[in-house]
Design a protein around this ligand. Structure first.
Ligand code: ADP
Ligand code: ZN
Length: 290
């Protein structure tokens, strides 16, 4: 008999839910707005119950506690979304659905999806970075998520700001970290217009590519992934890709041998389904391990 699996991509503005099969193919989807946690959970439970899922996988906004022996395991931690702060998100789903639930960050899930079925298929490792409302990155090595004391928060690394750029940054915690300087809201605030209306402004993308290339250099030196997949709204500006490759090559200056840059830095193969696919794969793993 065919088993069904559930997946959630939990974001700050919307929750995307899906039912899939044992191959990680998405069969049906439903989206609800992110509201008060209890209300949001109540809306998605019937969707999963009606399909009698065998397990659930979740790619979540965060920070979220991933340490199994911590009393806050599966809780959303210190989020700016106050209603969700310290909410027992994963325990609540387990309780209400009565199936194994596996979870990670949205970007770790996307990395897993891309490694298994997307732009990094066939490789042993990849890094996925989203440049959207925020910046986050996740990495997977041989199907294992990178979880340690917590999960990576690679969007908040420090960046060497260009001399011409006096912008203070928008990160509430750090000001001019990578997210504070280069996420969509930072572009809009620095240049006075939404990023998608700035396509023709060369200076915007030269600076953006500089900061993203600095980040990719650090990820490359620290993690040495085989491929870096760049998604999120801002990366719809395709002119960024060649600019980022060029700046990265200049920063690295042949110190390490990177893969050929045209295939090292790429767009998602699963388009906007990377996170959902990864969450589904986590559900399948959770059932197997149960
Ligand atoms: P989220 O990060 O909330 O999941 P997105 O990845 O779509 O959602 O990111 C939204 C951000 O991306 C916004 O700041 C928006 O200005 C920016 N954005 C969306 N579409 C584009 C585009 N075509 N070009 C440049 N920036 C875009
Ligand atoms: Zn920050």
């Amino acid at each position: 008999m065919m088993a069904y699996y559930g997946a959630i991509e939990a974001g700050g503005t919307k929750f995307c839910c899906a039912i899939g099969n044992e191959h990680g193919d998405i069969l049906e989807e439903m989206t609800i707005p992110t509201e008060h946690p209890e209300k949001t959970i109540q809306q998605l439970i019937p969707f999963f119950k009606q399909h009698d899922i065998a397990a659930l996988g979740v790619g979540s906004f965060g920070p979220i506690c991933v340490q199994k022996d911590d009393p806050s395991y599966g809780y959303i931690m210190n989020t700016p979304k106050v209603e969700w702060k310290h909410y027992p998100f994963i325990p609540e789903l387990e309780k209400q659905l009565g199936v194994p639930v596996s979870f990670t960050t949205d970007v770790n899930a996307a990395a897993l999806g891309e490694l298994t079925k997307g732009a990094a298929k066939g490789l042993g490792s990849c890094l996925y970075i989203t440049v959207g409302t925020g910046i986050g990155a996740g990495a997977v090595v041989k199907n294992e998520l990178l979880h340690g004391h917590s999960h990576p928060e690679m969007g908040h690394i420090l960046i060497r700001q260009d001399e011409s750029d006096t912008f203070a940054g928008v990160c509430p915690a750090h000001g001019n970290c990578l997210e504070g300087l280069a996420a969509g809201p930072a572009i809009e605030k620095r240049w006075g217009k939404p990023a998608k209306e700035l396509t023709q402004e060369e200076a915007v993308w030269a600076l953006e590519a500089d900061y993203l290339a600095q980040a990719l250099m650090q990820y490359s030196l620290i993690l040495s992934p085989e491929r870096i997949i760049m998604g999120g709204g801002v990366m719809k500006q395709k002119q960024l890709f060649p600019l980022i490759r060029e700046k990265l090559a200049a920063y690295v200056n042949d110190y390490v041998d990177l893969p050929p840059l045209d295939t090292y830095i790429v767009s998602p193969g699963l388009e906007d389904k990377a996170g959902m696919t990864g969450a589904l794969l986590l559900a399948i793993q959770a059932k197997r391990n149960a």
